[in-house]
Design a binder for this molecule. Structure first.
Ligand SMILES: Cc1cc2nc3c(=O)[nH]c(=O)nc-3n(C[C@H](O)[C@H](O)[C@H](O)COP(=O)(O)O)c2cc1C
Length: 178
């Protein structure tokens, strides 16, 4: 891939909240996860685990947890039906060192970009895991051990919308040259 192609890919990623009701193949899901696990991690600890959710009933429950969590946080009302259409992946992190979250975030963006390269769309959502009670509910739903930290939800699928690009701050707004 040349430089131009890479930057085009980077700029074409959009958080997507509408997906087609079309399943991803196992190969597609594995490819996305492989992109995640090639990410750098502190001391190469690779503190991540992924729960791939394909079961309809569990997706419904996950949607309920996410929707209620958003309401409790007074976030804007969102049509969360996409949770049932996308392939949700729960990102679970080891909770043994305080840099585990940074390492897991590296894997998340690799997965987002892999999805774009594969003609797919994605969304990462922390609203579902902000409060401990919601993380607990997700852990119980997927039998995740108590000592593991449910970091966030990732959604992958075929885009059912073309989101308008979000305004981003300019370099001048965020950089101080010394
Ligand atoms: C750490 C993190 C958590 C996020 N959590 C949510 C979420 O819970 N629900 C949601 O709809 N979007 C969530 N987003 C998506 C952001 O709203 C989105 O990245 C932002 O509006 C910029 O849009 P863009 O991703 O299309 O550039 C999250 C993004 C990040 C990086």
């Amino acid at each position: 891939m040349n430089e131009k192609d890479f930057f085009e890919l980077l700029h074409s990623r959009r958080s997507t909240r509408k997906f087609k009701d079309k399943k991803l193949s196992k190969e597609q899901i594995v490819k996305i996860i492989q992109a995640g696990i090639t990410a750098p991690s502190s001391l190469n600890k690779q503190p991540w685990n992924f729960v791939v959710v394909q079961d309809r009933e569990k997706k419904k429950k996950l949607r309920e947890i996410y929707t209620n969590a958003r309401r409790r946080q007074n976030l804007y009302e969102q049509d969360t039906v996409f949770v049932e259409y996308a392939t949700p992946i729960v990102l679970v992190c080891e909770n043994e060192n305080n840099d585990f979250l940074y390492s897991c975030a590296m894997a998340v963006q690799n997965m987002n970009l892999a999805a774009v390269a594969m003609g797919l769309a994605s969304l990462q959502a922390v609203a579902a895991t902000t409060f401990e009670e919601d993380r607990k509910a997700i852990s119980e739903l997927f039998d995740i051990p108590k000592d593991k930290f449910v970091m966030l939800l990732l959604f992958f699928g075929y885009a059912g919308e073309k989101p308008v690009p979000k305004p981003k701050k300019s370099v001048d707004e965020v950089v101080r040259w010394e």
